[in-house]
Structures are given as structure tokens and as C-alpha cells.
Design a protein around this ligand. Structure first.
Ligand code: NAD
Length: 669
């Protein structure tokens, strides 16, 4: 297809004639059938809702088709309206536009739905099983049309994938404001989500799916490497055990699949259990898992050899994590680090496969006897906890990986709570990412080169490296380790071949680092060293973007971890400080109703306006969270904030006085 024809089709929106029916492509990875949750009246409503995207003349044909989709797939995706052109990572100027910022957004949407990037591209799901960019193809088509025709004096508004419309605004305002899954808190249960989504009125946008900021597996490989590296440092400090370290966990799926690769980068042996043979094969063929075993006895023999010979290797075990933990107990193998990355944010619909059942048996039971399936999941979680407890009694450091393992294990009645009701084990944010990264402002800064050229990415890698090398010379000791890790990462980033889809990169940086790197990119664009604009952003797993009591804000101890002011304020503040787009989500990572998170995207085009915006917005985007973490008495955040106030005129933040617990205890006695 020529670029002119592509532009014409992108700008077309809902076609004036019905396009031909699209065959269900069995070669594509499709979303599983969703729960049949609507009653007859609600099914009627869902179809009526879907038909409002189309002129009346199409209704008699489409009503039957949508009823069939609802029955067969549990959702109305409007497959017929999937465009004929290939949706893939492209360069910015391939798109039709009046606003170049809007073209950058089209570029980011297209990357999120690229077949090589998205998990279920035809159901518009980018990752995490249910992380949606849009609910249906009509929303996609309309959004692309609006973006292609809007100007820099309008703002597009998207409600959970639905483009409400473009509204007059002004040049400095965001070009796009997205909300996903924003429902009244009392209606924010898992079943409510299934229902609203089936009705076509809400969606789960995960973090970077519904905010158009996904950059494929690279983001998660980097985050997981940082986590495992720092976890290994914690145990090296507390346990004086020589020799190579062993990491055990589960899941080789979308994000969890990064674990073996990250463990190898961090210099550990890893064994990761995965019940789905397809997922295991994919990771093995990518080289992210070195060896695979189905037989636990053979695995143990190999593992002993690797430990004795101090050989960094990653092993995938095709089987259940519960069986793996129990076998490791039986064989008395010392595990240094343990975690879990089954999809427990979604425990009842295939996120967690119970022990004692094969993968196929589980899938059958899931649709034929969902209540029995739930019982099996609970039983399995109790067994898993029991096995993990035996290891931790011997010294293993176990942490929750933000997948709601501790939460669901406790709900299942597992022996996972201390006497005071707290979990026995920390989340990875409590011990690792919170105090070592977030409280200093380090978080997942990322960028995408709008030329889609590897040469631009190389140029930006060099720029970022030089900035970090400059900053490390001037930085306090407290943050040199984080800077060193990221210098090492960015030096190797090109060699790791992690780009899938758009030419994108990630690293962890603090407020100053993010501002300096973005500013240097902007200058390089102005000087022609980088050939086209660069989009900067982050995932929502960050210092300020996310309120999630068992994950990002699990190291907040002043009782405010169940509040969401920080994430909401973050999006509001970013929007009037220069973000090109902002997004606010219910759900993401740990599940619907469990988290509020916000993100942004900003187009740097080499202009002086971009320079003003990036400085203004990135400063807030990081320091909002540091100020909140400081108010929660986190000492690393108090340190960072004091330094920031010395550096930044106009910044004046309320600092807590620290009360002596003895005084309070005496007052209460
Ligand atoms: N905190 C973070 O930064 C972070 C990072 C990555 C993932 N997560 C969380 O981790 C979870 C996994 O994410 P994902 O994208 O990899 O999901 P995914 O669904 O793609 O992968 C999970 C894998 O676990 C496997 N699995 C399920 N039950 C199992 C069992 N009992 N034994 C062995 N394997 C089993 C599944 O077959 C699947 O392949 C999610 O809940 C996600 O939110 C958090």
C-alpha cells in the first residue's frame, strides 16, 4: 500500500460503506473468551451501545454480527472494522496530520498495536492479558481520524478507549487527555469491570497499554534487572554466604518472561517455572531462557552442577511453581532469592494455574466449573505459601513482585500474615525499589525516536550516557550506585538487542537526570544531530505516577498508602505544565480497583517551547512523589527533597517533624 493510500485510510474513520468481513486469523495470538457476565437486558444494551458508532443503514447487518461476537468471545471487538493496512511501528511523517504532536500520538498507538509488540493485537490488547488500547475497532478508527484532523488548538478526550471528541483548547494544553477504568469507587470490583467492559463503557488500560507508552519487553527487562540486582545486594549485605546466588520464581509470560534474562544480566542462576509450554518455548527461542526441563529430577541434577561450578545459567521448568518449590525443599537446595510472577492480579480467569492439574485440565475447569477452579487456586496458593515458608525459615529472601501474590495468598487463607496483620514478606518496592530508587526520584524514564531510525536511537543513547557520566561526578554517594547501574545499562543497551517495534529506550533516572537528558535531546534535535522529534515518557511504575498500596506505594507507612491523591495530582499537574498527553487509570499491574496510576507523553521538537515544557513538567512529575514520600517520613525522600529545595528557587515543601515514639506511647498509656 502506498503512503498516500495509507494516509487516506487512516483519515477515513468509520467507512461510508461496510468493509468486507475479516476472517478470524488463527495464526494470531487471540484473547481468551471473556466471562459471559451480562443478563439478557444488558446484552441488548451492549449491542445498542456498539451500534451507536455506525449509521442506521448498517444496523441490521451489524446487530447480528455483534450478538455473535458477544456470545463467542464475551466482548464486541467489531473485527470487521479492523483496517486493511498493517498496523505497525512507523515514523511520524507516515501519518496524516495537522498537528505534529497528534501524529506522534498516532505513532505511539500504532506501536502499541503492532503485531510484533501487542499480546492480542486483534482484540486491541497490548499486554498483561487485558491491557487494552481500545475496546473495539470503531474506537481505534475514530481516534485515528480525530488525531489526523485536529490542530494544536484542540484537545482530544478519550474515555476508556472511546473518543468523546476534539474540543477547542489552546496551544500549551495537552493534545490528548485519556482516562481508563475511572468508575465510582463502590463499583470498582472485578465483576463490575467485566460487566462495564462487556457493555462497552469501560476498559482496563493497564499502565502503558491505554496510555500508548509501551515499548515492548525492553522496559520490563530493565526494571527487572534493576530489581534483581538490588535484591542481590540486600542479601549480600545481610547474609554472608559465598558462591553464586540462586533465584527462583514463576512465569515466563509478557513481563515475567524478563526474569531469567535479567537474572543472567545480574549474574545469578535462575529457575523459573512456567505451566504454559507455548510461553516457555517463546522465551527459549528468544534466548531469554538458556535451558528447559520437564523432569524435576533432571533439573535438580543440573542445578547442583551449575551451583557447584558457579555458572550463570537460566533454567525454565515446564510445570507448576508449587511443585518446583516443594521439590527444592525436599532436595534441600538453598535458594537465595525467591519471588512469584504468575498473573495473580487476575486469579480466577487464568492468571494462576493451580498445582495438581495439568495446563489443559485447568483451562477446561476454568470454563466448565469456575467455582471448583477457584477452590483449586486457593488450595494451590496455600501449598505454595507453605513451601515458601520452609525456605524462608532457612534464610531465603522472598519478595512479592507486584503481582498481588501476598494479597491473594492471604485471601486464600495461606499462612502469610504476621500477628499484627501485615504480610510476612515485603513487596519488592518496600525493600528494594522504594528506598533504593523511588525515594531518590529514580524511575523509568523512556524515549521513542519519531524517525524510527536506529541511528537516532544510537545518537540518543550516546547523549544519555554522556549526561549520566557528567552527573555521577557531581552526585552524592547515596545515588551513585543507581547512576552506575544505569550507566552500565545504557552502555550495553544497543548490544542487548531489545528493540521490538519503535526505536525506543529506557533507563532509570532521577528528576535532574531526566531533565538534563531530555534537554540534551531537545538541543540535539534543534542541531540536527537527531533527525526528528523524540517522544519522552515513562511507565506508570514510578515515584509519583502510581498509588498502589501493595506495590508502588507499599513503602509508605503513614497510613496514606490507600489514598490516591498523588497519582491524580500528578496527572493534573503534568497536564498544565506542558505534557503533550496525560492519562489516568484505575487498575494496572495489580488489578482493577487495586491501584490508580497516571502517565504522560511529551513530544520534544527542538523548540524553545519544548525546553520550557520539559523543565517545568519533569520537575513536577518526579518531585510530587518525592514530596509525598518525604511527608510520609521516608528518610531517603526527605534527603532528596532537601537537596532539591536548595537547587530549585520557588520550591517550598512541607517537611515533617519526626515525633519520638516514646512520647506518644507515654501519652497513650
Ligand atoms: N512489579 C512489576 O514491575 C511487575 C513486573 C512484571 C510483572 N508484574 C506482575 O506480574 C504478573 C505477571 O505479568 P505477565 O505480563 O508476565 O503476565 P502473563 O500472564 O503474561 O504471565 C504469567 C505466566 O505465569 C504462568 N503461570 C500461571 N500460574 C502458574 C503456576 N502456578 N506455575 C507456573 N506458571 C504459572 C502463566 O502460564 C503465564 O505464562 C502480573 O500480575 C503483573 O502485573 C509486575
Amino acid at each position: 500500500m502506498t503512503n498516500t493510500e495509507f494516509k487516506k485510510q487512516v483519515a477515513e474513520g468509520i467507512p461510508s460503506e461496510l468493509p468486507a468481513i475479516k476472517l478470524y486469523d488463527k495464526n494470531i495470538n487471540h484473547a481468551p473468551k471473556r466471562k459471559d457476565i451480562l443478563n439478557d437486558n444488558e446484552k441488548h444494551l451492549a449491542i445498542k451501545n456498539a451500534l451507536r458508532y455506525f449509521p442506521e443503514k448498517f444496523h441490521s447487518v451489524l446487530a447480528g454480527e455483534f450478538a455473535h461476537e458477544l456470545k463467542t468471545y464475551g466482548r464486541i471487538y467489531m473485527y470487521r472494522f479492523r483496517p486493511d493496512y498493517e498496523i505497525k511501528a512507523r515514523k511520524i511523517d507516515d501519518f496524516p496530520y495537522k498537528s505534529r504532536s497528534a501524529a506522534a500520538i498516532m505513532m505511539m498507538i500504532s506501536n502499541n498495536l503492532d503485531i510484533a509488540v501487542a499480546q492480542h493485537p486483534h482484540e486491541l490488547i497490548t499486554y498483561g492479558g487485558n491491557g487494552a488500547v481500545f475496546q473495539n475497532w470503531a474506537q481505534y478508527r475514530l481516534t485515528m481520524k480525530y488525531l489526523s484532523e485536529m490542530t494544536d488548538e484542540q484537545t482530544l478526550v478519550i474515555y476508556s478507549g472511546h473518543p468523546l471528541g476534539i474540543f477547542p483548547s489552546q496551544k500549551f494544553a495537552p493534545r490528548l487527555v485519556v482516562t481508563n477504568g475511572m468508575v465510582i469507587p463502590n463499583y470498582s470490583s472485578q465483576d463490575n469491570w467485566e460487566k462495564f467492559n462487556a457493555l462497552g463503557v469501560s476498559q482496563y488500560g493497564q499502565m502503558t497499554a491505554g496510555s500508548y507508552m509501551y515499548i515492548g519487553p525492553q522496559g520490563i527487562v530493565h526494571g527487572t534487572t534493576i530489581t534483581i540486582l538490588n535484591a542481590a545486594r540486600i542479601i549480600s549485605r545481610s547474609v554472608n554466604r559465598p558462591g553464586i546466588k540462586l533465584f527462583v520464581s514463576s512465569g515466563l509470560g509478557g513481563m515475567s518472561g524478563a526474569q531469567p534474562k535479567a537474572a543472567s544480566i545480574a549474574g545469578l542462576i535462575s529457575v523459573i517455572a512456567e505451566v504454559n509450554p507455548k510461553a516457555l518455548k517463546t522465551r527459549h527461542s528468544q534466548g531469554w531462557v538458556d535451558e528447559i526441563f520437564q523432569d524435576l529430577d533432571k533439573l535438580i541434577t543440573r542445578l547442583r552442577y551449575l551451583i557447584d561450578n558457579k555458572t550463570v545459567t537460566s533454567i525454565g521448568y515446564e510445570g507448576n511453581i508449587v511443585d518446583l518449590w516443594e521439590k527444592l525443599t525436599e532436595e534441600n537446595i538453598y535458594v537465595d532469592l525467591g519471588s512469584d510472577q504468575t498473573s495473580l492480579h487476575n486469579p480466577w480467569s487464568g492468571g494462576y494455574y493451580p498445582a495438581g492439574l495439568s495446563f489443559d485440565e485447568s483451562n477446561r475447569m476454568l470454563s466448565e466449573n469456575p467455582e471448583r477452579f477457584k477452590d483449586e487456586v486457593r488450595k494451590s496458593l496455600r501449598r505454595q505459601v507453605e513451601a515458601i515458608n520452609k525456605h524462608t525459615a532457612g534464610g531465603t529472601y522472598f519478595f512479592d513482585y507486584g503481582n498481588a501474590f501476598l494479597l491473594e495468598a492471604s485471601r486464600a487463607g495461606g499462612d502469610i500474615l504476621k500477628k499484627d496483620g501485615d504480610f510476612k514478606y515485603p513487596s519488592y518496592v518496600q525493600d528494594i525499589i522504594g528506598p533504593m530508587c523511588f525515594d531518590y526520584g529514580f524511575g523509568p524514564f523512556r524515549w521513542v525516536c519519531c524517525s524510527n531510525k536506529a541511528s537516532d536511537l544510537n545518537a540518543t543513547d550516546d547523549i544519555a550516557l554522556n549526561i549520566l557520566l557528567k552527573l555521577i561526578k557531581e552526585s552524592p554517594d547515596e545515588i551513585t550506585q543507581q547512576l552506575k547501574d544505569n550507566i552500565q545499562w545504557i552502555r550495553e543497551a544497543g548490544k542487548n538487542n531489545l528493540v521490538v517495534g519503535s526505536q525506543a529506550r529506557i533507563l532509570y533516572a532521577d528528576a535532574r537526570g531526566r531533565m538534563e537528558i531530555a534537554s540534551a535531546f531537545n538541543k540535539a534535535i534543534a542541531d540536527g544531530i537527531v533527525s526528528a522529534p523524540v517522544v519522552i515518557g515513562r511507565d506508570h511504575h514510578d515515584v509519583s505516577g502510581t498509588d498502589s498500596p501493595y506495590r508502588e506505594t507499599s513503602n509508605i507507612y503513614d497510613g496514606s498508602k490507600f489514598t490516591a491523591d498523588m497519582a491524580v495530582q500528578n496527572v493534573i499537574g503534568d497536564s498544565f505544565r506542558g505534557a503533550t498527553w496525560v492519562s489516568l487509570h484505575n487498575g494496572g499491574g495489580v488489578g482493577w480497583g487495586e491501584v490508580i496510576n497516571g502517565g504522560f507523553g511529551m513530544v520534544l521538537d527542538g523548540s524553545s517551547e519544548s525546553e520550557t515544557k520539559l523543565r517545568n513538567m519533569l520537575h513536577w512529575d518526579v518531585n510530587n512523589g518525592i514530596a509525598r514520600r518525604s511527608w510520609a517520613r521516608n528518610k531517603e525522600a526527605m534527603f532528596t527533597l532537601r537537596k532539591e529545595m536548595e537547587r530549585t528557587p520557588g520550591l517550598k515543601v512541607t517537611i515533617p517533624y519526626i515525633a519520638d515514639d516514646k512520647i506518644i506511647d507515654e501519652a497513650l498509656s
